[in-house]
Ligand binder design. Structure first.
Ligand code: NAD
Ligand code: DAU
Length: 356
């Protein structure tokens, strides 16, 4: 039976992954270790909270004793030892890393090192079918010009404190594989969109602001390009690599779906206005603002390795995924209110002021 430790499972991708995993597997245990920072929200998991295969542990990946106890089975319903780890927990927002990189260094680098050391201590090479998947990002590769794609062999060249912290953890995973031959895997994915994404990221921020008829901040000229992938496609790809990936390997995951930011924002204006039956005039809210420092120009993933070796490619058509996403945010105003008010907003304002 699979006993999966998911770190950061109360965040955007982690919570989607937990739902995906429990739906797909009848017999399994999922243990969610999450510190509940501003972007971790237990209401992301309302659907699974009473599922007896699901366990929530509030805690920090920096707490090695806690991680060791989880791995050893102390939190499993029948004391089962963990045999899968999917490591999402991270500080994930580039703009925050530009304002203060210290939590990024702590969680993304030191936190990953502690997880790896806890696994190294508890892992029994002989009798374990353990597999640990580190969720990395295409941002570790740096930035592309107008042409070309990131392959798994593209040199690591991170430009923001966020991507530098992710690149560091990615390299630590690689080094632990080379040194200790631990059962480790790495995925590097492009930009995700979908339900439950904290509304500091471009797509939910813009949807939320269109609904409220507030300005839509577009950095620079809006010509930076991102490759967008539906979060459920990412969850499936992670599962495929977790079970079938070659230990020690890196797998790129992408949507083959490049958009300029301004085009995405224009599209969202039309989709939200349409869905709300409003006159199509929200584009007037677009405001070109100061560019992000060190703003990467273009990301584009070559995902042929995962397709050729493991048979995965995205299932969702962007037009459908983005419509579903808009519909979800419009139907879940209470969720938006919850994550952008109270404790979350206080934390946010204290750390970063109120100018997203
Ligand atoms: P998120 O910010 O929505 O969620 C992060 C989660 O980690 C939160 O629940 C938070 O409470 C938890 N967390 C933070 N610090 C912790 C700590 N010290 N101990 C335990 N839990 C902690 O992030 P996301 O967008 O869901 O991203 C998840 C992972 O996927 C990250 O590693 C990110 O780098 C990677 N990734 C994200 C994208 C994307 O487009 N969002 C793309 C590629 C890779
Ligand atoms: O590529 C994968 C990465 O995608 C992940 O590793 C990160 O965790 C995730 O946050 C995301 O990073 P980006 O910086 O690309 O995502 P974000 O949504 O912050 O920004 C997308 C683009 O939109 C980027 O070019 C900056 C721009 N932008 C963003 C915001 C928040 C704006 O123009 N205005 C905004 O208000």
């Amino acid at each position: 039976m699979k006993v999966v430790l998911v770190t950061g499972g109360a965040g955007f991708i982690g919570s989607n992954f937990i739902r995906y995993y429990l739906n797909k597997n009848q017999e399994c245990v999922v243990i969610n270790l999450d510190k509940l920072t501003y972007s971790g929200n237990l209401s992301n998991l309302d659907e699974v909270v009473s599922d007896n295969r699901y366990v929530f542990v509030k805690g920090d990946i920096l707490d090695k004793d806690l991680v060791l106890r989880i791995l050893g089975g102390d939190y499993s319903p029948n004391g089962q030892k963990v045999n899968r780890i999917v490591h999402f927990a991270a500080e994930s927002h580039v703009d925050r890393s530009i304002k203060d990189s210290s939590p990024f260094v702590q969680t993304n680098i030191v936190g990953t090192q502690i997880l790896l050391d806890a696994l190294r201590e508890s892992w029994n090479k002989e009798d374990s079918d353990m597999r640990f998947l580190h969720v990395s990002t295409d941002e570790v590769y740096g930035s592309l010009g107008e042409t070309g794609y990131f392959t798994e062999d593209t040199p690591i060249n991170p430009n923001s404190p966020y991507s530098a912290s992710k690149a560091s953890s990615d390299l630590l995973v690689r080094a632990y594989y080379e040194t200790f031959k631990m059962p480790l895997l790495i995925t590097r994915c492009s930009n995700n969109y979908g339900a439950y994404q904290f509304p500091e990221k471009l797509i939910p921020l813009v949807i939320n602001n269109i609904v409220k008829q507030e300005n839509l901040p577009v950095y620079g000229k809006g010509i930076n390009v991102r490759d967008w992938l539906y979060v459920m496609d990412h969850c499936e790809a992670i599962d495929v690599v977790l079970e079938n990936g070659k230990l020690g390997d890196v797998y790129n995951i992408g949507g083959n779906n490049e958009w300029k930011n301004i085009d995405i924002v224009n599209l969202l204006c039309d989709l939200v206005d349409d869905a709300l039956g409003r006159e199509k005039n929200s584009k007037r809210l677009i405001k070109f603002v100061q560019d992000r420092l060190g703003h990467d120009m273009r990301y584009a993933i070559d995902a042929s390795k995962i397709k050729n070796e493991l048979g995965w490619s995205p299932k969702y058509v962007f037009e459908d995924g983005i419509r579903e996403t808009v519909a979800w945010y419009l139907e879940n105003k209470a969720w938006l209110e919850n994550v952008t008010s109270g404790a979350y907003t206080d934390y946010y304002a204290k750390q970063y002021g109120d100018g997203v």
